[in-house]
Design a binder for this molecule. Sequence first.
Ligand code: ADP
Ligand code: MG
Length: 460
Amino acid sequence: KWDALLEDLQKYIPTHSYTSWFLPLQPVSANEQVLRISAPNRFHSEYVEMHYRDVLKKCIKTVFGKDLLVQFTIAENLQQDISSEKSTPGPSPRPTVTERSDRENLPPQEYYVEDRYSQLNGRYTFETFVEGPHNQFAKVASRAVAEAPGNTAFNPLLIYGGTGLGKTHLLQAIGHYARTRNPNRRVIYVSSEKFMVDFITAIRNNRLNEFGNIYRKADLLLVDDIQFLESREGTQEQFFHTFNDLYQRGKQIVITSDRTPKELKGVEERLISRFLSGLTVDIQPPDFESRIAILQKKADMDQVAIPPEVIEFVAQNITTNVRELEGAMTRIFAYSSLAHTDVTINLAKKVIKDILGVRKTRHISIDIIQSAVSDYYKVTENELMGKGRKREVALARQVIMFLSREISGMSLKTIGLRLGRRDHTTVMHACNVIGKKIRENKEFAREIDAIRHQIDLTAG
Ligand code: ADP
Ligand code: MG
């Protein structure tokens, strides 16, 4: 029956995915209720469960004539390619539970390494990463590194960009990809915070050697959020040694940061210059089309149908952070399924208001907004504050009001007063006009994005 199942699966799954994900699986046993399948590792089984649950279910029904519960067994535990540990976990359908009980029997090194690897999120792959002008270069470089770790000029590769723009996603995609191409490759993913905590624990327990050895085994070391090491001299020192050791042996290192290497304050010069010796790539906030594509992809992955006007609405309103974009979609699904209502623009409005409301706490002054807008439209402060009705000036004023409302969350009245307008209805009118124009005019929506971006940069 297994062969029949595989055959059926091939009808629905693209060949390359089928080859990567289903060929490595082996049938273990089947009874009336349960089909047991062995997968090469935990990540593999999680990935299959996450991405192919529905199609697997459907094919099982076709082939076996009924629904069976699928349980995965981990065939070759991760340690096999990472160290010499040979234990195989029991055939538990719940990997997290197995994981915990395994760990108690493992010597510390294995535990560390496995722990790191298992932190790779099954969703963070190149397949699920939407490419656009804002991240293209970063994506191409990451892909190249994942194809040939240590064998490109991009060593180290440093990816920087603001929060929620996909750095962790890309970093983990490199790990997944490199492992899928060659399962024997030792991939270590670690946030620099975890690196530090483990380092301190190792010192305390007199296990510094072991700590060092763990990282020495990596073929590909992925270090997330390096900015965390700012002002942590001891950890930086240790990281410097780890870095040099790997680098000299031609191992690949990839690092992410939320700012450029030069902006990393309190990180030693010698470390910065190491970072700069490879390739540095940035990720920018996504443009309007990319936001649409990301939302669409998410809807497809979650297998929910969202009306295109709702997708557009979200993309027009949430502009600077992919995590927020996704968050908005998740909330919209949740509201609609809890309330048993359709996904409509009105529902989306409500959700977005909640999300943008939270931003009120972010402190960006109206001066920053004002100077970004007047730069953009090339109007002077005097013109802005005056009563003149020149078109650009009037537009710039309205945009300032709109963005002040959106970004700083100040009251209509305060905004009005700041701009020398006593009447808050002027501000309200401006917000409506600009909001409408953003929704109706993509070109204009892009202009506003550019200004928002400038404001973000200035505000830091
Ligand atoms: P960062 O590490 O830069 O703060 P993350 O990698 O955690 O950001 O990304 C935040 C969320 O946005 C994640 O769920 C990620 O999958 C998603 N995301 C970011 N960029 C993209 C993209 N280009 N395509 C698809 N999803 C993305
Ligand atoms: Mg991150």
